[in-house]
Design a binder for this molecule. Structure first.
Ligand code: ASP
Length: 358
């Protein structure tokens, strides 16, 4: 059938079409903008074959991860950047510095409303705490991973990622520092710990509890974050090319001082004791640590227990031995704070104060 339209009708149709296109455009640009910084992990893991549980973390790309959650496009305009693609057991100080500097640049971009960082769960708590101390913005920063690789039956990555994107655009997530989400839970960077090698409920916040819960993108917060982080933190990566070397020494029955002496001779700037109980160790190990402190190595006593507080001067006389007590920080987080603390001071009293403040 032939349709004959007047010139006037054609102009009207054109104008109407233009309105439709413009309306669509403005609808798209009114969505919040989320940048996804991808670093790898099991969430980007791919099984070696369908039958076996073995897989290689850090294989799928950032784009692949987003493609698995098409629903997230309704929440935000999403752009992606691949920072690295590794299992987080391979995380290094140098990658932390690159990631933190890039994160701060992205957060400064007025076109970004929130950031999601995909990451392996093995060291996520360390990266989250590090970033919470050096990122300078109130915009939401949400770290997310998964316990099952992307090719697994009932992979948990897509829902975790959907929740992370929802959190990154949630006004109520602003100003809370770096958040971690997994298994429908929200945790604060300072509190979260990996507690199970394979369970979906691996993340816990043993001392101060979870930050909240999230279901299909709908978040409820239970508490405010405690202590200093983000804009109130005095630590900065801006001028840092590297972090001071700080190592962790594990305590167990019969532990001697050989490892401690080795590290001191190697020139480490700090040692964190993953102590038994409330940061305890054998007399030999403590003597090694006391000698290290005398040589100017910062010694922090933490605990291998996984929860609770290491206070000063309980079973170990920190005042006499020149030690620092880690408070609520587990050894891996105590190491993060000590590395950043040592960029500011070597004074054990000032370093001790950081453990009260952060
Ligand atoms: N090894 C993995 C990683 O940390 C484990 C995970 O992501 O769950 O990258």
């Amino acid at each position: 059938m032939k349709v004959i339209r007047s010139r006037r009708q054609r102009v009207c149709i054109l104008i109407a079409l233009l309105f439709v296109v413009l309306a669509r455009e403005s609808n798209a640009s009114s969505r919040p903008k989320v940048r996804v910084l991808s670093t790898g992990g099991t969430i980007a893991g791919v099984q070696l074959n369908d039958e076996a549980p073995a897989y290689r973390a850090g294989t799928a790309s950032a784009e692949d991860l987003i493609r698995a959650v098409p629903q997230a496009k309704k929440l935000a305009d999403i752009s992606v950047e691949q920072i690295c693609n590794i299992g987080s057991q391979k995380m290094k100080n140098s990658i932390w510095l690159t990631l933190a500097k890039r994160l701060n640049e992205v957060l400064k971009d007025p076109d970004v409303d929130g950031v999601v960082i995909t990451h392996g769960t093995d060291t996520m708590e360390e990266t989250a705490y590090f970033l919470s101390l050096v990122s300078k913005s109130d915009k939401p920063v949400v770290m997310v991973g998964s316990m099952r690789p992307s090719t697994a039956i009932s992979a948990d990555g897509p829902m975790n990622l959907y929740n992370a994107i929802a959190l990154a655009v949630n006004r109520n997530a602003k100003g809370r520092g770096v958040l971690v989400t997994l298994n429908d839970e929200i945790h604060y960077a300072r509190e979260v710990e990996k507690s199970n090698t394979t369970g979906l409920n691996t993340f816990v916040s043993p001392n101060r509890g979870r930050a909240g819960l999230i279901q299909a993108g709908d978040a409820v917060f239970f508490s405010e974050p405690s202590l200093k982080y983000g804009l109130r933190s005095e630590f900065s990566v801006d001028l840092l090319a590297e972090l001071p070397q700080v190592e962790i020494v594990y305590a167990y029955s019969n532990v001697g001082r050989d490892t401690i002496d080795y590290l001191v001779n190697k020139g480490v700037r700090g040692i964190v004791l993953a102590g038994a109980g409330e940061g305890n160790a054998t007399d030999e190990a403590l003597a090694g640590l006391q000698d290290a402190a005398k040589r100017g190595v910062a010694i922090v006593r933490s605990s291998r227990v996984g929860s609770g507080i290491v206070r000063r001067n309980i079973e170990v006389n920190d005042d006499r031995m020149g030690f620092i007590a880690s408070g609520e920080l587990n050894p891996q987080k105590a190491r993060v704070l000590l590395m950043l603390g040592l960029t500011m001071t070597t004074d054990p009293n000032k370093l001790q104060n950081y453990y009260y403040e952060y």
